[in-house]
Design a binder for this molecule. Structure first.
Ligand code: ADP
Ligand code: MG
Ligand code: ZN
Length: 556
C-alpha cells in the first residue's frame, strides 16, 4: 500500500497537507525527523500513517492522559489497533494490553514519558523485546527549558536513542523558536534529522495590542460586541482567573475559570461546558488549552503580558481553527514587564535567566512594534514574510511611510564595513562620523565613514530597529548585542529590494525617551512615545528634548 492509499483507506482523506508526505517518506526510509507544524496542521498523521504501513510497533509519547485517550479512541474507530498505558488504568487493563502487545496485535502504543524510564519500570526492557519500528515524541518542546512548557519527565526521553539505537525518531511540536529547536534535537540525540517546517502564518487571526489601562472597561466593550462568540482570556495568576470570571458572570456573561489549582472534577466540568458552548468565555491560566480542539474560538485575549512569543503564539493559535476571522488581543503594560522580569530571574541558573529575559524582551518588542506584527511573529519563527499583512493593528493604523532604501543601504554597508562586529550605537557613531577619537582614528580611512551625518542619532536608531523588525538586520543575543546581516540583506545592498520606513513625527522635539524599558536604546517618534507612555502608566519617564531640557512626566 502506498502512503496515499493508506491515507484514503484508514483516514478517509484525499490528499496530504503541508509536508506530511515528505515527513512520512523520511520515516519510512529509516531517518529521524523534526517537525514544526502549527496547531491543527495535522501532526498526528505524520506518525500514525507510517505506523499503519510499518510491520511492527510505533511508540508515541504524549504528555497528557486526556489527549491519549482521544487519539486512541479515534484510531480504533478507524480500524487501527492502538492502545495506551497510563496511571488511570487498573493492573488488569494494563496486563491485557501487555499481552496484546506481545502477540503483535497493536500498531500504536501511547505512553506518558514518566512511565517509560522510571527506575522501577520494566517497560523499556519489555518494549525492547518487541519489534519497535518508530518512536514519535509529540509536544517535543516539553523537553526544553527554553520552550514555554518544560516538563522534567520529558528529559527521560534522552535515553530513547541509546535504548533503541536503530529506530527512527520523529519529534513534533507546534511551537519552538531556533533555540528550542536546537535543544530538542540535541536532548533527543536525533541523528541527522530532516527538518520540516510548515508555514506558521494564521492569516485568519488578526493581532492587536492595547495599552493596559482601564483594561477591564476595555475588555467589557470588546466582549459587548462579541456576545455570541466563544473566547479564551488568559491571565497570569490563578486567583485572577477566578476573580475575572466572577466579575464577568456578574456582568451577565457565561464565563468560567480554569487553572491547575482546581480539582480534577471542576476542571473537567468547566472544560466540557466550554467545548459544548454552554460557557462562552474561559478565563484561564496557560494550563488551559493544550490539546483542546474547539474550532470556533473567535478570540483569545491576553489580559496580562505573556512570558514569551512561543507561548503567546501557541495560545493565540487556539483561535480560529475553523478558518474564520478571529482576533488576538493583548493588554500590555510596563508593570507586567517588571513583574515577569522578576520571575525570570531564576536563582542559581544564570544561563536560564538570561534566555528567559531575552525571550521576555522579544515579547515586549512585539508589544511596542511600529511595523507589522504578523511579520515580526513570522520572522521570530524564521519564516519570510512581506512588510504588511494588512490586518494587524499596526498595518491598520495610518503610519506615514517613505522610501528608505538609500538609508537602509547606508546602514547595511556600515555594518559590512565594520565586519559585523559592533552594536547599534557603534554603527550609528560610524554612520554619523563620530568625533570620538577612538572611533574616528580607527575608521576614518574608510569611504563610508560618516555617510549618514545628515540623519540624527535618534532617527538612525529608529531606522535600524525597523530594519531589524523587517528582517534585514539581526541582533545577536550576546551580552553586548551585535548587529549582523541576514540572508535578506544582500538584495537591499544590491538595490534589488526597496525598503519602507515609518516617518517620525515632530522630530525636532523629542529625540530620546528614557525609562528602563528603553535601555536597549530603542528610540521612538512622538506618536510612539505617547502610545508607550499611555501603556507605561505610573512608570516615571523622561523625554530629553533637543535643547537638552529634561522634562519629567511622572504621571501621564
Ligand atoms: P496537530 O497535532 O498538528 O495540532 P492533528 O494531528 O490533531 O493536528 O490534526 C488536526 C486535524 O486535521 C485532525 O482533525 C486531523 O484528522 C485533520 N487532518 C490531518 N491530516 C489531514 C489531511 N491530510 N487532510 C484532511 N484533514 C487532515
Ligand atoms: Mg497534536
Ligand atoms: Zn500587519
Amino acid at each position: 500500500m502506498t502512503p496515499l492509499q493508506a491515507l484514503q483507506k484508514y483516514f478517509g482523506y484525499t490528499q496530504f497537507r503541508h509536508q506530511q508526505e515528505a515527513i512520512i517518506k523520511q520515516l519510512m526510509s529509516g531517518g529521524d525527523a523534526m517537525v514544526l507544524m502549527p496547531t491543527g496542521g495535522g501532526k498526528s498523521l505524520c506518525y500514525q500513517l507510517p505506523a499503519v504501513l510499518l510491520p511492527g510497533l510505533t511508540i508515541v509519547i504524549s504528555p497528557l492522559i486526556a489527549l491519549m485517550k482521544d487519539q486512541v479512541d479515534s484510531l480504533n474507530i478507524n480500524g487501527i489497533p492502538a492502545a495506551y498505558i497510563n496511571s488511570s488504568q487498573t493492573t488488569g487493563e494494563q496486563q491485557d494490553i501487555i499481552s496484546r502487545l506481545r502477540s503483535g496485535q497493536i500498531k500504536l502504543l501511547y505512553l506518558a514519558p514518566e512511565r517509560l524510564f522510571s527506575s522501577e519500570s520494566r517497560l523499556v526492557s519489555f518494549l525492547k523485546s518487541l519489534n519497535v519500528n518508530l518512536i514519535a515524541i509529540d509536544e517535543a518542546h516539553c523537553i526544553s527549558h527554553w520552550g514555554h512548557d518544560f516538563r522534567p519527565e520529558y528529559l527521560m526521553l534522552s535515553s530513547f536513542k541509546t535504548e533503541f539505537p536503530s529506530v527512527p525518531v520523529i519529534a513534533l511540536t507546534a511551537t519552538a523558536d531556533n533555540l528550542t529547536r536546537e535543544d530538542i534535537k540535541e536532548k533527543l540525540a536525533l541523528h541527522n534529522p530532516a527538518e520540516f517546517v510548515s508555514s506558521f502564518n494564521r492569516p485568519n487571526i488578526s493581532y492587536k495590542v492595547s495599552p493596559k489601562k482601564n483594561s477591564y472597561q476595555q475588555l467589557l466593550s470588546f466582549l459587548d460586541e462579541r456576545k455570541e462568540d466563544s473566547g479564551i482570556i488568559y491571565c497570569l495568576s490563578r486567583a485572577s482567573t477566578e476573580d475575572l470570571a466572577a466579575d464577568l458572570r456578574a456582568a451577565g456573561y457565561l464565563a468560567s475559570a480554569y487553572h491547575a489549582g482546581l480539582d480534577q472534577e471542576t476542571k473537567a466540568r468547566n472544560q466540557e461546558q466550554f467545548l459544548r458552548d454552554e460557557v462562552k468565555i474561559m478565563v484561564a491560566t496557560i494550563a488551559f488549552g493544550m490539546g483542546i480542539n474547539k474550532s470556533n474560538v473567535r478570540y483569545v485575549v491576553h489580559y496580562d503580558l505573556p512570558k514569551n512569543i512561543e507561548g503567546y503564539y501557541q495560545e493565540t493559535g487556539r483561535a480560529g481553527r475553523d478558518g474564520l476571522p478571529s482576533e488576538a488581543l493583548l493588554f500590555y503594560s510596563a508593570a507586567d514587564f517588571y513583574k515577569l522580569q522578576r520571575f525570570a530571574k531564576v536563582d542559581g541558573n544564570e544561563e536560564q535567566s538570561r534566555i528567559m529575559l531575552k525571550k521576555l524582551d522579544d515579547m515586549v518588542k512585539f508589544c511596542q512594534l511600529q511595523t507589522c506584527r504578523r511579520q515580526y511573529l513570522m520572522h521570530y519563527f524564521n519564516e519570510p514574510f512581506p512588510d504588511h499583512c494588512g490586518s494587524c493593528d499596526v498595518c491598520l493604523t495610518e503610519f506615514k511611510r517613505f522610501d528608505g532604501t538609500i538609508l537602509a543601504q547606508k546602514a547595511l554597508s556600515a555594518v559590512v564595513r565594520l565586519n559585523q562586529r559592533f552594536g547599534t550605537n557603534y554603527v550609528i557613531d560610524f554612520l554619523r562620523g563620530s568625533k570620538s577619537e577612538k572611533i574616528r582614528d580607527e575608521h576614518k580611512h574608510l569611504k563610508t565613514y560618516g555617510i549618514g551625518t545628515d540623519v540624527s542619532k535618534a532617527d538612525w536608531q529608529r531606522y535600524i530597529s525597523q530594519l531589524v523588525n523587517q528582517g534585514y538586520l539581526q541582533v545577536t543575543d550576546d551580552n553586548y548585542p551585535i548587529l549582523q546581516l541576514t540572508p535578506a540583506s544582500d538584495a537591499v545592498l544590491k538595490g534589488q529590494q526597496k525598503i519602507e520606513f515609518t516617518l517620525a513625527e515632530d522630530l525636532e522635539v523629542a529625540t530620546e525617551i528614557q525609562n528602563p524599558i528603553y535601555e536597549a536604546g530603542l528610540l521612538q517618534d512622538l506618536k510612539t512615545i505617547r502610545f508607550n507612555l499611555a501603556m507605561n502608566e505610573n512608570v516615571p519617564a523622561y523625554i530629553i528634548l533637543s535643547d537638552a531640557t529634561l522634562l519629567e512626566i511622572a504621571t501621564y
